[in-house]
Design a protein around this ligand. Structure first.
Ligand SMILES: [Zn+2]
Length: 227
């Protein structure tokens, strides 16, 4: 009897370990994250809806309206590390002067969501490799677009969010001058505030200091519970 129990316990442990390290990447635990925030307040994942006045949320992965056709998040929330949130706030303030604002599709993304994306769509041009993780997992990437502040309508861009077409690449020429100007405006305001646009997604912006932040796998519910 004892032998069986040990066998099943060993099986359970090995299954758990292999699930955590399936792609050989170690993620920071909740405890380690909290300790890192204590020693460096810039590591905090900030609630962007509260931090950036007027920010509009359209968290696609909290719905089935995304490329996986699955609801990935239980809560429609957007978080980013403190300096990333400050950069976004700066961009929002600048745009406001022109009657424009920012709509966010995704911010910090738990590592397990990146693994799921990769399992659904294995092209790492568009989906981050689970062997390295995404800059979203570090709380240092934002997926956004521009909106008209009065109407809330999205400004016309070259493609829909999460399009896997070459038209989504920020360097692909655009014939429509309005679309071209909208894309250029979004990229310019974000680059001015410390971000760099992704080479295959006009909506994705990496914070320049992303290397200084660890890959996290903390759920939104956990983040809400530690407030
Ligand atoms: Zn992204």
């Amino acid at each position: 009897m004892m032998k069986f129990q040990i066998f099943f316990l060993a099986l359970l442990i090995s299954t758990t370990i292999s699930a955590q390290n399936k792609y050989g990447l170690r993620t920071t635990s909740l405890e380690e994250y909290l300790a890192s925030v204590k020693s460096n307040p810039e590591k905090e994942l900030v609630d962007l809806e509260k931090f950036v006045p007027g920010l509009v949320l359209d968290i696609r992965y909290a719905t089935a309206n995304n490329f996986t056709k699955e609801k990935i998040y239980n809560l429609a929330k957007a978080y980013a590390r403190l300096p990333v949130a400050e950069g976004l706030k700066g961009a929002q303030e600048e745009l406001k002067k022109e009657g424009l604002g920012i709509k966010i599709f995704d911010g910090y993304r738990p590592y397990k969501a990146t693994v799921r994306f990769y399992e659904v769509y294995k092209d790492t041009t568009y989906v981050a490799s689970p062997y390295r993780g995404s800059r979203h997992n570090r709380g240092c990437a934002l997926d956004i677009t521009l909106i008209d502040l009065k109407t809330g309508a999205e400004l016309k861009m070259p493609t829909e969010y999460d399009s896997f077409k070459k038209e989504a690449w920020p360097r692909t020429p655009v014939s429509d001058p309005v679309v071209r100007a909208n894309r250029a405006k979004l990229i310019a305001v974000m680059e001015k505030n410390g971000f760099r646009v992704n080479s295959s997604e006009w909506w994705h912006f990496d914070f320049k200091g992303w290397k200084n932040y660890e890959v996290l796998d903390i759920d939104f519910e956990e983040l809400e519970s530690i407030k």
